[in-house]
Design a protein. Structure first.
Length: 135
């Protein structure tokens, strides 16, 4: 069974949307195999989002993702990576379909409430980041 790495991001935690998002996850037949909460340090944020280094939104993204607690989790179901990205919707909530989490909960393209690994290989790396030895 495939696993993916999901995160409930600071804007959603701040607005007390953790419970409703976890409900959506379970109603969509994902099993929550691991979950934790932490506030990312500046160093952890930079490591997690290193692929975006140099982009215009990079500094703002690091400040946002470390602005408050997040809830990373390991989700499992058939096609977990693709199905979780489908449930989230696209990065920009203005382009997201009405049933997606980002359409329902995101504030804007940065404060878009949830994260999902973008491929099975990324999922393995991101699961290790939050739940591996030394995480
Ligand atoms: P994803 O989260 O849908 O995979 P990425 O392109 O990997 O999107 O970007 C990572 C995160 O960076 C986004 O979820 C969002 O929080 C932020 N971000 C992406 N593009 C922009 C932008 O154009 N402006 C501001 N923030 C952005
Ligand atoms: Mg991404």
């Amino acid at each position: 069974m495939e696993q993916t790495l999901a995160i409930i991001k600071p804007d959603a935690v701040e607005r007390q949307l953790v419970g409703v998002i976890l409900s959506e996850i379970e109603m969509n037949r994902f099993a929550i195999r691991a979950i934790r909460t932490l506030r990312l340090s500046a160093e952890q944020a930079a490591r997690f989002y290193r692929e975006h280094l140099g982009k215009p939104f990079y500094e703002s993204l690091l400040a946002y993702i470390s602005s408050g607690p997040v809830f990373p989790m390991v989700l499992e179901r058939e096609g977990a990576v693709e199905e979780w990205r489908r449930l989230m919707g696209p990065t920009d909530p203005a382009k997201a379909g009405p049933l997606t989490l980002r359409h329902r909960f995101a504030i804007d393209i940065q404060r878009n409430s949830v994260h999902g690994a973008d491929s099975p290989a990324t999922a393995v790396r991101e699961i290790d980041f939050f739940f591996g030895e030394g995480a």
